[in-house]
Design a protein around this ligand. Structure first.
Ligand code: ATP
Length: 281
């Protein structure tokens, strides 16, 4: 199916240290997923399958899901709620089945559902408008998640998949948990809830800023980073800090290109090839 087939499951490259701050969420998600992997005998059937990350946009929910996959060398397969809805309209339950099948084949694997709230039933619409698509979608999703929890003897889907059945971790993300269908939150489904919010503590903001300046290799020799962060407006998210750091990086690149171009233009008898290379940088 298109939904499963077009995407490739891969181990992401979000290093744990790329995630600044969020200490509590990092610890919680790592424990939830790593301990059952390390001690399958201890956890057995009660190992959690689903984690729900909730909180405002831009705080690092997607980053955290990718980070945990990277840290534990798990494949990562992601799908956005609206995408799922579109794919689902007029199509069979087969799409969802294929998606989970794909995840099992990629096991050990994180299956990430972003914007999970988009599957919430549309309220306030006249009944003639609502096709019940999201209801059917959610119930198919539940069936598949429940199937992940079943023991191998209950499975009838082919022997090779069964061995790895406990190594598909479902992570959902939403900024409107209140909209979610309650059945998604029941035990065995998205039952481990982790809140990620915006912190205005200087210490937390510094951790985020430090992670990003490291990532973009920004030197703090020339400015007082503490002072800088203190002057940043309150309620800035990781995404906002990301925008600052990536802009600084782009500006630095532009400056260095300009320097190179300027200095090569000043040179006498610049070889054609040489100046072309500089301009193409
Ligand atoms: P949305 O609800 O809009 O999907 P989200 O919570 O999933 O938001 P991300 O997509 O994870 O947010 O974050 C957006 C960008 O902001 C990321 O690419 C990341 O680089 C940066 N970012 C967010 N939080 C952090 C953080 N704690 N440390 C470093 N970078 C961060």
């Amino acid at each position: 199916s298109k939904l499963a087939g077009q995407r490739k499951a891969m181990i992401p490259s979000v290093h744990w240290n790329d995630i600044g701050g969020l200490e509590y969420a990092k610890k919680e998600i790592l424990n939830t997923i790593q301990l059952p992997l390390l001690y399958p005998d201890l956890f057995g059937d009660i190992a959690r399958t689903g984690v729900l990350l909730y909180g405002p946009p831009g705080v690092g929910k997607t980053l955290l899901a990718k980070g945990v996959a990277t840290e534990l060398s798990l494949n990562f397969l992601s799908v956005r709620g609206p995408e799922l809805l579109n794919m689902y309209v007029g199509q069979s339950e087969q799409n969802i089945r294929d998606l989970f099948h794909h995840a099992r084949l990629a096991s050990p694997c994180v299956l990430f559902f972003d914007e999970l709230d988009s599957l919430a039933p549309m309220r306030g619409r006249s009944s003639s408008d609502s096709s019940g698509v999201s209801d059917r979608l959610v119930s198919q999703l539940l069936t598949e998640i429940d199937a992940l929890n079943k023991t191998s003897t209950e499975q009838d889907t082919g022997k090779n998949e069964n061995v790895q059945i406990h190594h598909v971790f479902v992570i959902g993300a939403t900024n409107r948990p209140d909209l979610l269908d309650e059945s998604l939150l029941r035990p065995g489904r998205f039952d481990k809830l982790i809140y990620i919010g915006v912190s205005n503590l200087h210490e937390d903001r510094m951790k985020m800023f430090d992670a990003l300046t490291q990532k973009f290799n920004i030197s703090d020799n020339n400015f007082d980073k503490h002072e800088f962060v203190k002057r940043c407006p309150l309620n800035m998210t990781g995404a906002d800090f990301y925008a600052i750091a990536s802009n600084a990086y782009l500006n630095a690149i532009q400056r260095s290109i300009k320097l190179k171009v300027d200095s090569s233009l000043q040179k006498q008898n610049v070889e054609d090839d040489e100046s072309k290379t500089v301009l193409l940088y």
